[in-house]
Structure formats: structure tokens, C-alpha cells
Design a protein. Structure first.
Length: 349
């Protein structure tokens, strides 16, 4: 691993890049499931913290344009997103966001809009929000996981079916709101390399649910977002995420795979470019397994041999390292897996 010894070199490294954090919310309510909710008072505290600490909240489209055009953005930029077209986003969330003048994005399922007006937004409400500057984007027609190929169907057939549905959802959003960004948030955060290739081939950019900041080298088929609802809604936790920096990471071969049988995946190798940290200060943790031992294979690649089988379910490996050039800030990368049960069945949603 190359060391960044000169302060001028470190400054140059960061001047040519940027770090933006995308926050992910669902409900803004005290009456909805805790795991996808943040109380309105706590949500207001999040927005107040952003304002008090000079974070610049930008449109999602501003971030995407910057990455595609390889243009830098000011440091301390934030994007706010919501998944699912819940009514409380309008009744509880938007008044708070309007108070601070913060733009935001809602990823919606057209097949669910207006189905239950006490829970979901109507097209009339979404159109009014779109006219007010809210970005309305695609979350799939009916919130079906693209990664879960049903028994008896090939991956290619399942992708073809969902591709048709996803493109139809995009057309409906455009018809009803006048917007078509080709931004897509994976339902349940689940994806595979095959799904990522479809995203790339069809000129979409896709957003996942593993944590991490966004930079110029972020893969536009699995853009990370930090969940900010319970139990991750405390300001102490949010502060560290907002100050995080993106690793320049590259995965190859089997390390790109996300779906495995239990016990099938036993290690992970990561190619890494960023050199603004000490190798011995890099730490990686896997959900359910704890801290993992890191073996450096070369100056720009390390391997993790898992200390136990990955548990069934949505599993994350989070790697962090303190920055040399920006004391108090940490590089952050998250790798997701979706581990099947022993009988090759999917875990419950």
C-alpha cells in the first residue's frame, strides 16, 4: 500500500474528487413500523443538523450529472431520498423539508400509487410535488425483488419479465408527473450482477441500500445510500456518516456476486486505489460475524477470509479507515450479500 506522506499530495488527491452522502428514508411518522420510520421531531433534528453544520443539500440530478460528467462538487453535500410513496412523506416530511428549503427525491411503485389513499400518495399529489421540484423516480412497478428468480424460471426469463415491468413503470411515471430520470432504487436493496448489467444496458442508474458515501468512481449500477430511519436515526450515528469519504474500490469475478447459498462464499478480495490511510488502520466488519481479519495480498489488494459462514439473509461487510489528510473523517465502503437458506430458498422479506 502506498502511503500519502506529503500534505500537498493529499490535498491534491481530495481536490480532484468529492464525497456526497445520500440519505435513505421511508416513513416520517410515529405510527408506522419502527424499522422503516423516523419520528417527525427526529427528522426535523436531522435537517436542523444539516443546516447548522453547513451541509449543502442538492438535487439527486445534480449529483448524477456531476458523476457522469466527472465534475467535482463542493464538500459536505447531501442528497435526501425516500423509498415508497407513503402519504406521510407529504403530510409530515415535506413541511419540514420546505422549512429548510431542502430538495428531495421519492422512489415510487406506480402499481401501488393510490391503491390505499390512507397510506399511499395519489397521482394528483405526486404531480403537485413534481411541479414543486420534487424528483419522482422509479422503484419498480409493484416492489418486486429483481434478484429473486422464481422456481422453474430462468434468470434471463425473470429479468426479461421485470425489465418490461420496469420500463412500463418509467412510462407511467412520465405520463403522470412529466418526469423521466431513469433513476431506479432496487426494491429491498436486492440485486445481482445480471441485474446490474441490465441497468447499464438500458441507460438507468440504480440505487441500493448498502451504506457508504458517493464519489466520482462510484458504480452507477449500485449507488450506496445510508439508511437514516430507526435504529440508525441518532445524531451521533448520522454525524459519522455525513463526514465519510468514498473508497475507490474495484471488485472482480466472484467478488462481484451478491447471491450465494449458505456456506458457498468463504472470502472476499477487494482491489483498492485510495492511499490516504494507513493499511493497519483498515477494519472490516460483517453483520452477524463481527470484525474480520484482513490479509494484504499486495499494495492495492486485500482479502478477508470469513471467520464463520455468512448467515442467511441480507448481509453486509462494512470497511472503514481513518483519513490521513482529513483527520476525524473515515473512508467507508459496504459490500452486500443476499444469502439463501440451506434449502436454496429465499429468506423472508
Amino acid at each position: 500500500m502506498k502511503y500519502c506522506l506529503l500534505a500537498a499530495l493529499c490535498y491534491c488527491l481530495h481536490f480532484t474528487s468529492f464525497a456526497t452522502v445520500i440519505l435513505q428514508y421511508h416513513h416520517v411518522s410515529e405510527e408506522t413500523p419502527a424499522s422503516t420510520s423516523i419520528a417527525p421531531k427526529q427528522f426535523d433534528k436531522h435537517m436542523q443538523f444539516l443546516q447548522d453544520n453547513n451541509f449543502k443539500v442538492i438535487h439527486l440530478s445534480t449529483l448524477m450529472d456531476a458523476i457522469k460528467e466527472k465534475k467535482t462538487l463542493p464538500d459536505k453535500t447531501v442528497v435526501i431520498t425516500f423509498d415508497d410513496a407513503y402519504i406521510d412523506i407529504l403530510t409530515q416530511g415535506k413541511p419540514i423539508l420546505d422549512k429548510y428549503g431542502f430538495p428531495f427525491t421519492i422512489f415510487i411503485n406506480p402499481g401501488m400509487v393510490g391503491q390505499n389513499t390512507s397510506h399511499f400518495l395519489s397521482w394528483q399529489q405526486l404531480k403537485a410535488m413534481a411541479d414543486d421540484g420534487v424528483i419522482i423516480a422509479n422503484h419498480g412497478m409493484n416492489h418486486d425483488s429483481l434478484a429473486r428468480t422464481p422456481p422453474g424460471m430462468t434468470t434471463q426469463a425473470w429479468l426479461a419479465k421485470n425489465a418490461e415491468s420496469l420500463l412500463r413503470a418509467e412510462k407511467i411515471i412520465e405520463k403522470e408527473t412529466g418526469q423521466s430520470w431513469r433513476y431506479f432504487a432496487y426494491p429491498y436493496g436486492e440485486f445481482s450482477p445480471e441485474v446490474q448489467q441490465w441497468v447499464l444496458d438500458n441507460n438507468f442508474v440504480a440505487f441500493s441500500q448498502q451504506s457508504g458515501p458517493v464519489g466520482l468512481n462510484t458504480d452507477l449500477t449500485s449507488i450506496p445510500r445510508f439508511p437514516a430511519s430507526q435504529p440508525y436515526d441518532q445524531l451521533s450515528s448520522l454525524r459519522d456518516k455525513l463526514d465519510s469519504l468514498p473508497f475507490n474500490i474495484h471488485l472482480e469475478g466472484k467478488n462481484q456476486q451478491t447471491i450465494f447459498e449458505q456456506g458457498e462464499s468463504t472470502s472476499l478480495s477487494i482491489n483498492i486505489v485510495v492511499d490516504d490511510f494507513e493499511p493497519e488502520q483498515l477494519h472490516c466488519y460483517i453483520s452477524g460475524l463481527g470484525r474480520q481479519k484482513i490479509q494484504w495480498q499486495s499494495e492495492d489488494m486485500f482479502t478477508i477470509d470469513f471467520n464463520a459462514p455468512l448467515p442467511s439473509g441480507r448481509v453486509r461487510c462494512n470497511c472503514t479507515a481513518p483519513s490521513i489528510s482529513e483527520p476525524g473523517r473515515y473512508y467507508w465502503f459496504s459490500k452486500p450479500w443476499f444469502i439463501l437458506k440451506e434449502n436454496r430458498e429465499w429468506y423472508p422479506l
